[in-house]
Write a protein that binds this ligand. Structure first.
Ligand code: IPE
Ligand code: IPE
Ligand code: MG
Length: 252
């Protein structure tokens, strides 16, 4: 199914968000506060991923997108980067069968060419194995950057249309790395920072933003429900007036 762009068509809005996108931040501070090494926070963060994936299935959310490693996270100390890579490998080795059994489709988006071959192979296999599942699509953004995404899409679009110019939004969108998903309804960032950090720049155009002080390792189903409750209080106008929305409701 082709998903509509929020700037070209007004999307249908349901009370449960169809697509939730999360910046899982605060692992390091969670650990430091407990006098533990930062990497212990990342380990604990994997448990939160498991909890939130299950909670999304239970709530009928169709797409969950998780920012796991940004294109700028290579700037971290080498030992932290290599531990994050190892965690990614073990999580894939341990979790994919269970995800598949639960009807979950796994997608990994980002510039995967920089990962070692073993990890790349695990990613390809996991995606292939779960490709036909539709209960929940979990997208892990790894070595992902919003600017990278837009640029790779532009380059692919130009390559597919040699000699052409003056492209439209509609022509670009199919090349974005998450073209298979609707744009996120709800964005959550844990850990207290109120910024996008080069996450889904294009796709967040009309997404509702929710920020919480809670560190990612402490983020649980109750916290997710708080974010959804906040989302349900929002009036998603997509450029229209409040009065127009009231009229529309009356008419339907
Ligand atoms: C998020 O937690 C995980 C990754 C970026 C991989 P952080 O590691 O950024 O934790 P803080 O922000 O330093 O607490
Ligand atoms: C964003 O968190 C990236 C991920 C959670 C994967 P960061 O901790 O890297 O973001 P900044 O550096 O605080 O903006
Ligand atoms: Mg951080």
């Amino acid at each position: 199914m082709k998903h509509l762009s929020s700037t070209l068509t007004i999307p249908n809005v349901s009370s449960v968000p169809r697509h939730v996108a999360i910046i899982m931040d605060g692992n390091g501070r969670w650990a430091t506060k407990r006098f533990m090494p930062r990497v212990a926070g990342h380990g604990k963060g994997v448990e939160s991923v498991r909890t939130i994936v299950e909670a999304c299935v239970a709530r009928g959310i169709e797409y969950l997108t998780l920012f796991a490693f940004s294109s700028e996270n290579w700037r971290r100390p080498a030992d932290e980067v290599s531990l994050l890579m190892r965690l990614f490998v073990t999580a894939l080795e341990r979790e994919v069968s269970k995800m598949h059994a639960n009807g979950i489709r796994l997608k990994v988006v980002g510039d995967l060419s920089r990962f070692d071959i073993k990890l790349q192979k695990l990613i390809v296999d996991a995606q292939r194995r779960t490709a036909d599942n539709r209960r929940l699509t979990v997208t892990v953004c790894a070595n992902y950057g919003g600017r990278w995404d837009i640029m790779q899409a532009v380059n692919k679009m130009i390559a597919a249309n040699p000699g052409a110019s003056d492209f439209s939004e509609e022509q670009l969108v199919p090349y974005l790395s998450m073209a298979y998903a609707p744009e996120p309804d709800l964005f959550i960032r844990t850990g207290g920072e109120e910024r996008i950090s080069n996450f889904l720049l294009w796709q967040l155009a009309y997404t509702e933003l929710y920020f919480t002080e809670t560190y990612w390792p402490d983020f649980d189903a109750a916290e997710l429900d708080r974010a959804i409750e906040s989302y349900q209080q929002r009036e998603r106008r997509f450029g229209r007036t409040s009065e127009q929305l009231i009229e529309q409701k009356k008419a339907s």
